[in-house]
Write a protein that binds this ligand. Structure first.
Ligand SMILES: [Zn+2]
Length: 194
């Protein structure tokens, strides 16, 4: 309450600072004795257009960065290929990648976002995440000799790839379960046997 009172009294000064300086919300927060979030919300509420910093750009005000952030929040966005991301932003590739780099530097998007190069891999993963098809069937569909080896390679590089939606038939499943059970036993069995 006391804090918003301070903000209220100094409202005009703050509006002036927001409109005429490129001081960060954090700095302004310190100046006015409130959180940077409070400054941000005040600025939004007042509909203030902040001047661009001459030496760089403000991610909050950059439409391209905002678009990239939006894409990065799509499900499995790390499996959207680089060319598709560029297409979605509708700007030249170099420009798109510059802004993507800025976002990564700030840790605002995952390090893997935009790293997948192959549109074919993107297509295969999109099917993998949404369709109940075997890995072999997806591979055939997109023209991979072995989609499985691609998955293995991405896993090794640290990509989080969930199990397939494909439900194996009874025989296949029991074979796999037996295999898993055996492995678990071997791992969890303690040191007595080996
Ligand atoms: Zn930007």
């Amino acid at each position: 309450m006391a804090r918003s009172g301070v903000l209220h009294r100094k409202k005009e000064d703050l509006v002036k600072d927001l409109k005429e300086t490129t001081l960060s919300f954090k700095t302004l927060g310190q100046r006015y004795g409130v959180s940077k979030q409070a400054i941000y919300e005040f600025s939004e509420k007042q509909g203030i257009k902040r001047p661009a910093k001459p030496e760089g750009h403000q991610i909050e005000d950059c439409r391209l960065c905002q678009k990239l952030l939006q894409i990065s929040k799509e499900p499995h966005s790390e499996f959207i290929s680089n060319p598709t991301i560029v297409k979605k932003t509708e700007v030249p590739r170099e420009r798109c990648l510059y802004h993507l780099k800025r976002l990564k530097e700030r840790g605002l998007v995952d390090e893997k976002f935009g790293r997948l190069r192959s549109e074919r891999a993107e297509k295969a993963y999109a099917m993998y995440f949404t369709k109940r098809l075997s890995i072999q069937a997806i591979g055939r569909e997109v023209g991979y000799k072995s989609f499985y080896s691609i998955i293995q390679r991405h896993r090794a590089l640290g990509w989080g790839i969930p199990p397939p939606l494909y439900v194996y038939d009874g025989q296949e499943r029991s074979r796999i379960l037996r295999g898993t059970h055996r492995r678990k036993k071997a791992v969890g069995g303690g040191g007595s046997e080996d």
